[in-house]
Design a protein around this ligand. Structure first.
Ligand SMILES: C[S@@+](CC[C@H](N)C(=O)[O-])C[C@H]1O[C@@H](n2cnc3c(N)ncnc32)[C@H](O)[C@@H]1O
Length: 429
């Protein structure tokens, strides 16, 4: 039987929503079965269904009496793939319908072929649903618990945050300062007819007008530029490594920020990059190799430095903590369905534990930058407030970016950046 792209997309969405797997794990498995442009379409369909999951499910609920259950769940996701194409893509309706209906044969649901055909045609005839009774999850395409959390943290702009999460993220570039400054690289992009839409003043990050294959970027293969959101590009500047520093990046994989610090400060005495996930350290090494940078990589647990630390205190520590990733939903729409309300407390506890341990590895007078890609105060300002209340030798370094808040909370979509949080802490002597 030939491969059917819609069937592959339905399998990916089933694996994410019903089995708790990530898009990053599941798409490559299915994408390996198709060629060229089809890989892009597979990604588009999976991301699209996960962006609009409650809304698409609401359509299905209106069109059939009983939702598909058990062994028929993959077919439920096939229906969502079908409606997504009809509602949000430029794929001609007849092609979307034919391909989706024939996908039933690829997911062991041939007996549901007539049903899938009937539901999709009925949606096509009457795509409207009454908007009067829509629940908030359906209206905003986010889980209810999360909408409530965003509402309480951001009473004035919660809707714009949810809407930014639904947008397609831009491609931001980081220019390798060891090789070129931003304006030199900008000229090289212009010469290659690659259009720039914006530049972040603070970090020099360049926003492309549209995403392109990285291999088309000038000198990408020799490390002249990397892909990294402008929010993440603030970290190296804020930590401000100096020549001669011993630096620790204690949650380093895949290494974007490790590389950035080394690019900005070539004379760092030593960069130690650790991560608990050994397999992810391979990505750090690949990034270092492409840019021709060096760091000491250790597979280690930041809650247990006794098992890997050599006893030398660090001048600077970057703690880019494991977090809810609620600031990067536009890049990873699966986060909305993988993350559960109960996860937040466990993450906050883990972050507090890592912060306390890493603080003990910092020299008196040293600096630690705490960062997350979360927008939840529990993991950010409240975490830091709690730390400052108990750690008497810790002080928050005042930065203009804070604007009166405890730390710098970047909101998704603000200047078209990801949501991020930074707090710069210094150890008193
Ligand atoms: C937000 S990501 C880091 C991103 C990275 N700093 C970058 O810019 O490319 C968080 C990382 O923390 C790692 N991590 C989670 N728990 C950890 C622990 N207890 N000790 C060390 N690393 C941990 C995860 O494996 C993950 O790679």
């Amino acid at each position: 039987m030939s491969v059917n792209l819609r069937a592959l997309a339905a399998k990916v969405c089933f694996a994410v929503v019903d089995q708790g797997r990530s898009l990053a794990e599941e798409i490559p498995k299915q994408a390996a079965k198709v060629e060229g442009k089809d890989k892009g379409l597979l990604q588009e369909l999976c991301y699209g269904v996960l962006r609009y999951l409650p809304e698409l499910e609401n359509h299905v609920r209106h069109l059939m009496d009983k939702p598909l259950k058990g062994k028929q769940r993959v077919c439920h996701f096939l229906l969502l793939v079908g409606i997504y194409q009809l509602k949000y893509t430029r794929i001609p309706d007849h092609a979307a319908l034919n391909e989706t209906v024939s996908a039933t044969g690829n997911i062991k649901c041939r007996h549901l072929k007539g049903l899938v055909n009937a539901i999709l045609r009925s949606y096509q005839r009457n795509p409207e649903v009454s908007t009067n009774s829509l629940t908030e999850p359906v209206n905003y395409n986010h889980p209810g618990w999360f909408i409530n959390k965003v509402k309480s943290a951001y009473p004035n702009n919660w809707q714009s945050i949810l809407s930014a999460n639904q947008s397609r993220p831009p491609m931001w570039l980081r220019v390798n300062n060891r090789q070129f400054n931003a304006s030199q690289y900008l000229k090289m992009l212009e010469a290659s007819e690659i259009e720039i839409a914006d530049q972040d003043e603070k970090s020099g990050a360049l926003k492309l007008a549209s995403a392109i294959d990285v291999n088309k970027l000038p000198k990408f293969d020799v490390g002249a530029a990397s892909v990294q959101d402008a929010a993440a590009q603030q970290s190296a500047r804020l930590l401000g490594c100096q020549p001669g520093d011993l630096v620790l990046d204690c949650c380093a994989a895949p290494g974007g920020k490790t590389c950035h610090m080394l690019e900005l400060t070539p004379d760092i005495e030593q960069m130690t990059a650790i991560d608990v996930d050994e397999s992810r350290l391979v990505r750090v090494q690949e990034n270092l190799d492409r840019i021709k940078l060096e760091a000491k990589l250790i597979a280690g647990d930041a809650t247990n430095p006794e098992s890997w630390w050599d006893g030398q205190l660090f001048d600077r520590i970057l703690l880019d903590a494991p977090c809810s990733a609620t600031g990067v939903i536009r890049r990873h729409p699966d986060i909305k369905w993988l993350r559960k309300a109960d996860d937040i407390k466990a993450l906050v506890d883990l972050q507090a534990q890592i912060l306390k341990k890493m603080w003990s590895l910092l020299k008196p007078g040293g600096t630690l930058l705490y960062a997350t890609c979360s927008i939840l105060p529990d993991e950010n300002s409240e975490q830091i407030q709690q730390f400052l209340a108990t750690q008497t030798d810790a002080e928050l370094v005042e930065l203009p970016e804070y604007q009166g808040s405890l730390g710098w909370q970047l909101i998704p979509g603000e200047q078209d950046m990801d949501g991020f949080y930074y707090a710069k802490l210094v150890k008193t002597k």
